[in-house]
Design a protein around this ligand. Structure first.
Ligand code: HEM
Length: 196
């Protein structure tokens, strides 16, 4: 067991096997009889999975890494900036991209993509959530990541540029944390409370 769980790939594969058991166990009939509904449900699952990875790492940065860094002794800081942060940023930005992609697919499969993006009655709540999340994803790819590359020394930059880039990345990361609350409320409300 330790060998299995000690290897991340095997652990993920085990999760996939259990997922398949649940899918076929509970929804085997639906897969055959109502493929469209099942596909929509499966993309919702993929969407939430990617969203958890994205927002989970956003909260890791904001609730754990950023507040703790000042307390880390100088000689240990490179452990975070050279090893942990670049890896976390890799999963962070790609999870953001796949959350957007799967979210747009869910909206399309649900038949309200354009109505939501244009904030039409009935799809305003999810539309607002989608716009908030799109702004957040834009921040990840076009503000946080380019500035983090400078701040972490992944690209050449003077100490002044690095310091300014670190502040910019932190402020936009905080902005995304702020936006994540109404965004998530809109995401879960459309299905539960209905579109407004
Ligand atoms: C641009 C990015 C995003 C788009 C386009 C998007 C789009 C959507 C759509 C269309 C739905 C279906 C709403 C419904 O009809 O019930 C949905 C649901 C949901 N989304 Fe997003 N979303 C995005 C970002 C996120 C993020 C960052 C999270 C964070 C975890 C998230 C979490 C959820 C959750 C939990 C649901 C509810 C699933 C359900 O009840 O079936 N979404 N999203």
């Amino acid at each position: 067991m330790a060998k299995l769980l000690g290897n991340l790939t095997y652990a993920v594969l085990l999760g996939v096997v259990l997922l398949l058991v649940v899918l076929f166990g509970f929804y085997g009939d639906m897969m055959q009889q109502n493929g469209a509904q099942f596909t929509n449900g499966f993309f919702r699952f993929l969407h939430v999975l990617c969203g958890i990875m994205w927002i989970g790492l956003l909260y890791y940065f904001n609730f754990v890494q950023i507040p703790t860094m000042p307390k880390v002794p100088a000689e240990l800081k490179p452990g975070v900036s050279k090893y942990i942060a670049p890896e976390a940023l890799f999963w962070f930005r790609w999870a953001a991209a796949f959350t957007v992609l799967t979210g747009l697919i869910v909206a399309m499969l649900s038949g309200y993509l354009i109505e939501a993006l244009t904030l039409q009655p009935g799809a305003r709540v999810i539309g607002l959530g989608m716009w908030l999340a799109l702004i957040m994803a834009f921040n990840v790819w076009f503000v946080i990541w380019p500035n983090q590359k400078k701040a972490l020394g992944l690209v050449d930059a003077t100490p002044e540029v690095k310091a300014k880039a670190a502040t910019t990345a932190m402020l936009f990361s905080r902005t995304n944390t702020v936006l994540s609350l109404p965004m998530l409320y809109c995401m879960v409300s459309q299905g539960w409370l209905g579109g407004v």
